[in-house]
Write a protein that binds this ligand. Structure first.
Ligand code: ADP
Ligand code: MG
Length: 695
């Protein structure tokens, strides 16, 4: 295999060792060099080290091995074509069945042959049986292997045998190559009680006979711990070194102007919560520093992130620097624009508005006041990232719902501040809480602030599940609620595959609800509506002129209408957990007791049932995120990060939280004391990918 990585680690082996076709097949498994090959660790193990007497085995999921002589063999055609044999071992008889087989197998499995079988036993019509066991021919004295058999992730044309052989050879030459050489400082190994790296990897490929099968299968064996630790360490080294590198860049110092903040706070009709004060002081002291802030502000829906963002913006503006606030949807951006205008305009601060759908003239006016500094605050959608947008003096960029923006977009912000020669501070906000362990691993290059309480006076939203067949009852509730002076949302079914279908569904839902609720004032809002119409509808809903708002999931983020206290979500079983949580967060914002009705249609898939149960039982965004993580893995939390941050293959931040904590400490030590080790370790694990995001 060819080593693609620079430097001494993972050096290439003789090209003759493996031909090109084979190389392509290994490449399909993500194996490009010697280090990748030895790190192609077993997915699981099979225990072929001992035999069970047939009489002793009971039907279960457990895989067992037996050996015996074929006493009966025939091809049967009912209910479908199959090869059925009986195997006898002196203690009992076992039936084996093959549904896919070659003619050659029929010959091979003939009466009198001795076979060794590995599989799970189930209860068949004629007693114990194995379906498609792993099967090979033996003679009476074929020895049993003395170690567990590793099973690898394979691919078409690349058998277990071939993979095993290549790995065996790579392990054998690993004392001449650097692929498994110890690169960590002795002190770190000692402190964290780590096994030697080469020993660990070798052991995982070729465990000894006395190895604990369970700890190997479950990944808790110390040899696994070493590999996982190294992987987590590489991630931490990479992210923490970026974290430190950022501190060497220059940002404008924007100290707090106490008196002025008080002015703004007076304009608000409420006091900040304890949690808001805490995160505000974290942000505020970051802004005063001479290097760029990169802070992620997490807080459940409705926890009050906007006012924190506004106060941060105010601090920058009062220091004479501009602020950009971007949001992923026009509705949300527009809402920020209105809210912040109401706070800032009385203070004489001018705000520019930028969106993809605005008229050319408006856009040019906005661009002009952004670049000449006439506007101290610019609010908008993705349009704010575009080339033509040039700031006079950008000091702070605030990104709402950060997970919807990509790394490139955040990078683009740096160039926006080119005029000042300084890097702007960045505040990212997210209402999709990232579980703590994930934040500690994948987000280790950021500082994290958490708003962990809701403003006082909120009533818990009561969640109710209604099967579609009870739609009439739901309609009655909506009518009663609206007649009692409250307002409601009706969320249309989600059609993932197609925007056009989604739109059609929304229109149909709207039309049928119009007929159902002849007595109510109904509005419709969806993503395809031009912004002006969208905001007109939202405004009328806010003013109470619309009683029932039919909406697609565009209202998922940010929409804030306190008098709306009832939400109906159609086909809730199609939606993801965080989406349901976000949607539900639109109600329960006022003093009125709020209800969220999830309409679902049977039959439910197992996952849909689970999701509905979780959302029914919990209103805590962090708890829901944790459950979501355990159901779906980290992908959804990391969509925007995936391009930049190396994904973990072996370690699981949740299950391996102890190792993660240790790796975090070790990374700090190594970065401080031993930059050579840090470099070697990064090169080994990440190759040239270690130069990832600078955003
Ligand atoms: P989110 O964190 O979801 O973005 P918002 O910033 O939209 O939440 O705030 C939700 C609602 O709570 C808004 O109507 C806001 O004005 C209100 N709010 C924010 N902070 C407080 C507070 N400390 N006390 C009372 N209401 C607050
Ligand atoms: Mg918000």
């Amino acid at each position: 295999m060819k080593g693609k990585r620079a430097g001494g680690i993972g050096s290439p082996v003789a090209p003759s060792a493996i031909d090109e076709i084979m190389q392509a097949k290994f490449a399909a498994l993500g194996i490009a060099n010697e280090f990748d090959l030895v790190l192609h660790l077993p997915q699981r193990y099979e225990d072929e080290t001992h035999l069970y007497p047939i009489a002793d085995i009971l039907p279960s999921d457990k895989v067992v091995q037996v050996e015996g002589t074929i006493i009966q063999s025939e091809v049967m055609y009912r209910p479908r074509r199959q090869l059925v044999c009986q195997v006898e071992d002196g203690t009992g008889v076992l039936v084996i069945r093959f549904f896919n087989f070659y003619g050659s197998q029929v010959k091979a499995y003939s009466i009198g042959k001795r076979v060794r079988l590995l599989g799970a036993v189930r209860q068949g019509f004629f007693g114990a049986e194995m379906v498609h066991p792993k099967c090979h021919m033996v003679s009476t004295n074929t020895p049993l292997p003395d170690a567990l058999t590793p099973i690898y992730r394979a691919t078409a044309g690349l058998s277990q045998e071939t993979i095993r052989k290549q790995i065996r050879q790579a392990l054998a030459r690993s004392d001449q190559t650097d692929s498994l050489k110890e690169v960590l400082p002795v002190g770190v190994l000692k402190r964290h009680q780590l096994l030697d790296f080469r020993e660990s990897v070798t052991f995982l490929h070729q465990p000894t006979a006395d190895a604990s099968v369970d700890s190997l299968q479950e990944g808790t064996h110390p040899a696994w711990s070493r590999v996982k630790f190294d992987e987590l360490l590489a991630q931490q080294l990479s992210l923490r070194s970026h974290y430190q590198k950022r501190r060497s860049r220059c940002a404008p110092e924007l100290p707090e102007k106490n008196l002025l903040t008080i002015t703004l706070l007076k304009l608000l009709s409420f006091d900040l919560t304890r949690a808001q004060k805490k995160v505000l002081s974290e942000i505020s002291s970051d802004l005063a520093r001479p290097y760029p802030m990169q802070r992620l502000l997490q807080g459940d829906v409705g926890s009050g992130k906007t006012v924190v963002a506004a106060l941060a913006a105010f601090q920058a503006i009062k220091n004479g620097y501009q602020v950009a606030i971007m949001a992923p949807t026009e509705i949300l951006a527009e809402q920020h624009y209105r809210k912040l205008s109401s706070w800032f305009t009385p203070l004489g601060i001018k705000i520019a508005w930028l969106s993809g759908s605005q008229k050319k003239q408006q856009r040019q006016d906005a661009l002009a006041i952004i670049s000449d500094g006439g506007a101290m605050l610019a609010i908008g959608t993705h349009a704010l990232f575009q080339d033509q947008v040039e700031f006079n003096k950008l000091g702070l960029a605030i990104i709402d719902e950060q997970h919807r923006f990509g790394v490139e977009q955040r990078l683009a912000l740096h160039t926006k501040a080119a005029k000042t020669g300084l890097v702007p501070h960045q505040l990212m906000m997210s209402a999709t809480p990232i579980p703590r362990t994930l934040a500690m691993s994948y987000y280790a290059d950021l500082d994290v602030s958490v708003i962990d309480e809701l403003p006082p006076g909120r009533t818990q939203v009561v969640t109710k599940l209604f099967e579609e067949t009870r739609r009439d009852e739901v309609i009655t509730r909506v009518r009663e609620s609206c007649h009692a002076g409250r307002q409601a949302y009706w969320v249309c079914p989600l059609i993932e595959e197609s925007d056009t279908l989604q739109l059609k569904t929304a229109l149909e839902t709207y039309e049928s609800l119009m007929l159902t609720f002849l007595d109510l004032k109904i509005g419709l809002v969806h993503g395809r509506l031009p912004l002006q119409e969208k905001s007109a509808v939202m405004e009328r809903f806010k003013q109470g002129e619309i009683q029932l708002l039919v909406a697609t999931t565009v209202i998922e983020v940010g929409v804030d209408v306190p008098n709306a206290s009832l939400m109906v979500i159609e086909h809730a079983e199609r939606m993801g957990l965080s989406q349901l949580h976000q949607l539900r967060g639109r109600v329960g914002r006022g003093a009125e007791a709020s209800v969220c009705i999830l309409l679902y249609q049977n039959p439910l898939s197992e996952n849909a049932r689970k999701r509905l149960r979780i959302i029914f039982e919990s209103t805590d965004g962090f708890e829901i995120a944790r459950q979501d993580l355990s159901m779906r893995g980290p992908g959804q939390f990391l969509s925007a990060r995936q391009s930049g941050v190396p994904m973990l293959r072996f370690a699981d931040p949740e299950k391996d939280a102890d190792l993660l904590a240790a790796a975090r400490i070790a990374a700090e030590e190594i970065l401080r004391d031993d930059s050579v080790s840090a470099q070697r370790h990064l090169l080994r694990w990440l190759g040239n990918k270690s130069q990832y995001l600078q955003a």
